[in-house]
Design a protein around this ligand. Structure first.
Ligand SMILES: [Zn+2]
Length: 265
């Protein structure tokens, strides 16, 4: 059978994103390019169409290839020490030009390479973006989600472009605010292996947030993608309420998940 997929161009995307009414707020975006169907010009067109519709654009540019699993470490840290030694041998030291992990799709890496884009320096949990210089500079090893805090303090919104809440990093920031315990991880850098405290838990159990956040969500269909935007303040409030009712809420159902099992204890 012969059928044509919807082809999306720059102007169609600009018009669609304008409906979200985010021109005056900074936005943290998470995206799956493939979810849209066919976009003429790919990730670069998607970003070009987003930029005139937001006050500032930030995306996670995380680099998991730097991560090291030690042979031993602190107890109750949601990890099995000594595992994944083969991955340790493949680990690469963080560098500012290291590509964003492929797990996050092609869009963050395309944004990072765009003229005018900056990147923060956390060896695992860096962010990239345009017009978010102060937020990026606020990140420290001790406070990896400071860029999200700064966006939230400036009425920031989260934009989910064809992805669901299991990639919504702001939920991790909200968990920390709600008092959920964080973990320590380790990263390879040019200066050797360093501690990365306040590392978040797992996000596989975040889907139930969709219903709670529905009243605060602006949703449009763009090509084949569901595009949703919601204020960070609503995410923080909803997560805080859920964890206050049940401190074991929003954990995943994978019985082998080391971090969720640790938080369930
Ligand atoms: Zn889990």
């Amino acid at each position: 059978m012969n059928y044509q997929r919807i082809s999306l161009g720059y102007y169609a995307l600009v018009d669609a994103f304008a409906q979200l009414d985010l021109r005056d707020v900074p936005v943290l975006a998470h995206a799956s390019l493939r979810s849209f169907g066919w976009v003429e010009g790919g990730a670069d067109t998607l970003i070009s169409a987003l930029l005139p519709n937001v006050a500032a654009l930030m995306m996670p540019a995380h680099t998991y290839v730097t991560m090291i699993t030690p042979l031993a470490g602190p107890a109750n840290n949601g990890m099995i020490y000594g595992r994944r030694q083969d991955q340790n041998r493949m680990a690469e030291p963080f560098s500012p030009n290291m590509p964003a992990d492929r797990l996050m799709g092609i869009v963050p890496e395309t944004l990072r390479q765009r003229p005018g884009a900056k990147r923060s320096m956390h060896p695992i949990l860096s962010f990239t973006g345009i017009n978010v210089d102060r937020a990026l500079k606020s990140q420290t090893l001790e406070e990896p989600f400071a860029p999200i805090r700064m966006l939230a303090e400036n009425d920031g919104w989260v934009l989910l472009l064809g992805v669901d809440h299991t990639v919504n990093t702001t939920v991790h920031y909200a968990e920390k605010l709600a008092g959920r315990r964080q973990f320590i991880r380790w990263a390879l850098t040019e200066q050797g292996i360093i501690d990365c405290p306040n590392f978040p838990g797992c996000s596989a159990g975040f889907k139930p947030l969709e219903r709670d956040l529905a009243p605060f969500t602006r949703e449009i269909q763009v090509g084949e993608a569901r595009v949703r935007a919601m204020p960070m303040s609503a995410i923080i409030e909803v997560v805080r309420n859920r964890l206050a009712r049940n401190p074991r809420d929003l954990l995943c159902s994978d019985l082998t998940c080391e971090r969720c099992n640790e938080l369930r204890k």
